[in-house]
Design a protein. Sequence first.
Length: 307
Amino acid sequence: MTAKLFILHENEEWIKPLIAALTEHDIPHEQWNLSDGVIDLTEDPPPGVFYSRMSASSHTRDHGNTPGFGMAILNWLERHGRIVVNGTKALQLELSKAEQHTELQKMNIRTPKTIIVLGKDRLVAAAEKYFPTGSFITKHNRGGKGLGVHLFHSVTDLAAYVEGPEFELPYDGITLLQQYIKSPDQHITRVEFINNKPLYSMRVSTASGFELCPAEACALDPNKFLISTEVKAPSDLIRSYQRLLESNDINIAGIEFIKDSEGNIYTYDINTTTNYNKSAENKAGATSGIESQVAYFKHLIEQVKAA
């Protein structure tokens, strides 16, 4: 049986490194750009492995309806028993930070206190009720790229923002109010997983803001990213992450946590469209994330051929 890797996406810029590596290794592949398209759901899908790169931030590229289209296609693929890397459950979490919070809590993983608010009108009242003193942050429920992430040190500051010209209404209308966890040295840690195995951890500086996309296409300072080939996270936390990924059929992901001044770890983000920073990997002498993906996909394609 012939088989190939199908890459489902809506942003070609983010998959260029993967396409280059697949081509270099002579691994047959095909792109399905779901920013538009036509799929006959009464037909059987082609044989192969299907990798979903559906992103929560697609609406920032005028592809707001793509995740819904992608979800229908992923359901079709799964119903026909195709091997899907990051399928429907992964996409469901990708599109909702509220659902990520719930899944993390289900696994008894410590998270920041989180409140969800629909619309604009009740944001200030909710902050007054749940964060009357101290600092807190806002986030878009359907986020990515640091969308809607702002730090506030008082409810008064939030009120000024909500009534000001810079206020951003989330794509799905849901804003998260979240406990602000202050890192004593202004960094977070991101652990990368491929095939439910930790690849490496990456220390990311938050000194210049909350947009922490490691992809070179995001054009952030590569010095923000410091990779450790020895995963810098407690082993029991890594096992909890692995249980979460397994229970949600997530094969490739980056999970982010922050540590406060007392050493408490709070996990706050599951990224199922993870990107890698080649410069940071080379500097650390770390295993390439893209090369590790290629090896994983090659193994899955061989499984399909042998079936």
